[in-house]
Each structure stands twice: as C-alpha cells, then as structure tokens.
Design a protein around this ligand. Structure first.
Ligand code: SF4
Length: 325
C-alpha cells in the first residue's frame, strides 16, 4: 500500500476503529481504509474512537506478516445480486446466496470469531432488507464495520446506516458521468454522488474506492479533485484483480504494479489522502461469500478459492501457504 497524505480540515475528526492483538502485537484496523496499523503495545481491545491523525501516525502493516493464524479483518459478501452490471465486477455471480436465516447465522459466526473488522460488500449490500439487523450483530460482537456500495441506495438508507456503521466506501470509476457511466451504466454517477453526499450529511466517514483500469487511469487526478470537492475522507485506488466477472478483462485493463505505483505517486501531495491497494496488499485476504463459505485470495492475488464453510472461528484460520487450516 502506498499512501499520499494531505492536511485538511478532515484531519481533526475522530473515527471508530477495531483494536486487538495479533501475533503478540497490538493492532488497529481502520474500517475507512481497510488498513491495519501496528500500535506496538496490546493496550486497546474492541471498538475504539481515535483521532484521524493518530490513526495515520501508526505504521501500516500487512496482516499476513503478523504471525497469527486469525485474520485481522474479513470481507463479507452476503449478497450476489446487484442493481448494476459492471463488466469489471470482482464478484462471482454463480455463487448461491443463503436466505435470511442463513445470513443471520453467518453474521453471528463472524461476530463471535474475534476478527477486528468486517467490510460488508456484495453484490450490492444495500439491497438486503435485513442489513441493519446484520450490522447490529457485527457491531455488538465488537467489530469495526464498513459497507462497500455502489451508492445508488445510500440516499434512502444513510440515516439507518449512520447509527450502525463506522465507514462507507463508495465505488466510482471516473470523475464525471461520461467516464463513470461507461462502466456502471447510465445515471449511476449521479446516484453514487448523491449517495456520497447523503452519507457525509449523516456524519459517516466516507471514502471513494476506484478500481484502477487502463481505461480509467487518466481520470485519477480529476477523481481526487472530485473527492476533495465532495469532502470525503480519502480515496483508495484498487489494483485490478482477475476475479469473478472481471477476470475476462484483466489482460486488457490490468495495470502492471510498477506503473500503478507511478500513477498514484504522480498525484503528489493530494488534497485528500490517496492510497493504492496493490495486489501484494490483497494477498491472502479472507472473504466470506454469499454461500457462507470462507474464500481466500491466493498469495499472488491471481485467484480466489473456496476453502470451507464458516462454522466457527477455526474456519477463518490461516495456517498453510495456500491459506488452508
Ligand atoms: S462491481 Fe459492484 S456495483 Fe458493479 S456489478 Fe459488481 S457488485 Fe454491482
């Protein structure tokens, strides 16, 4: 992960994080950025509120390097369905979805697992009617919780989310309707921006996520300017991963690591924090998918595979080179 920081009025704000110990070291998971930070001493546990500048001052660490079998955080995708049909979608649309009862069981198991953070993603998680109940279970279990969304339904759901989630991540592929809607469909940019404004109006720490593609890379500087105008808390640029629907576009759209580093580095001191999540950052990451199975990214992030059903904390453990237990 490379990071370009900025000094803005947002820096004085505080936000919720997940705290605990991994490999004998105190760590903080930031639900806004998805980053794990080393605190040095295992003094904090559970959900805690820290100043933005305090979080940024903590050194970043790859969770896989902490020498612990338990992941720091997981992504949970309780839904495959989506109101959009993006050709670069990471999700595997063939994965079957559990029903309401199954989702509730998975939420309870994740909440009891000891992970410090959960990013609820999809599919489009705001299509789930019982989402507030699921989020409450995760928060009550001590997790720092974020939701990753295309933003379409945020205007009507932001108020309920504000009482529950610690951060919102909204996906944007371009800085204007022309460049974003090409990928996500006509009208999707306006809805996503309305969603971002709604989340911010309700006081939810919000960041923009942008998948780095050959076709969209030139729009990055304008996207960062947009992020500043909207007042979001940061931008995370995601290296393209060859998963799901988007696997067929990887050869054309994936930007090599070195070039990705140069592109984000060239943004210079941006008006909002900008980060690149490299493929190395995504290595070994754990995803609980809509089928209730634990999936894990390969060590080189070239594939993701189902390992086992989530039946308890041990299901999430990482012990083998391939992430098997
Ligand atoms: S990328 Fe996101 S918004 Fe687009 S189809 Fe996939 S889940 Fe839906």
């Amino acid at each position: 992960m490379i990071t370009s920081t900025a000094t803005t009025g947002r820096a004085s704000a505080r936000r919720r994080v997940g705290c605990g110990t991994r490999g004998g070291t105190g760590v903080v998971y930031d639900p806004l950025t998805g980053l794990t930070h080393r605190t040095g001493e295992p003094t904090l546990t559970g959900r805690a509120t820290l100043a933005n500048e305090s979080i940024a001052a903590l050194p970043e660490v790859h969770p896989g390097g902490l020498g612990d079998v338990m992941p720091v955080s997981v992504c949970w995708s309780p839904i495959v369905r989506c109101n959009l049909a993006c050709p670069h979608c990471l999700d595997d649309k063939s994965v079957p979805e559990l029903g309401r009862g199954g989702r509730a069981e998975v939420a309870a198991r994740i909440a009891a697992s000891g992970v410090l953070g959960v990013d609820v993603s999809g599919g489009e998680p705001l299509l789930i009617r019982d989402l507030p109940t699921l989020l409450d279970v995760l928060v009550d279990g001590g997790c720092a919780v974020s939701v990753t969304t295309n933003g379409t339904h945020l205007p009507r759901r932001a108020e309920a989310l504000a009482r529950r989630v610690d951060a919102i991540r909204v996906s944007l592929d371009g800085p204007d309707p022309q460049r974003h809607d090409r990928w996500r469909g006509e009208g999707s940019f306006a809805k996503a921006v309305s969603g971002i404004r709604a989340a911010l109006a309700h006081g939810i720490p919000t960041q923009i996520q942008a998948v780095l593609m050959r076709s969209t890379a030139a729009g990055l500087p304008a996207l960062v300017e947009l992020a500043d105008r909207l007042g979001v808390h940061g931008v995370t640029v995601l290296q393209y991963l060859p998963f799901g629907e988007g696997a067929s576009l990887a050869n054309v759209e994936q930007v090599p690591d070195e070039e990705a580093l140069d592109l984000v580095g060239a943004l210079g001191p941006a008006p909002v924090p900008v980060r690149l999540r490299t493929r190395a950052d995504a290595a070994g990451f754990t995803v609980v998918r809509a089928d209730g199975q634990v999936w894990r990214n390969a060590p080189d992030s070239t594939a993701i595979a189902a390992l086992r059903p989530l039946t308890g904390p041990v299901s999430l453990a990482v012990t083998g080179r391939d992430g098997s237990a």
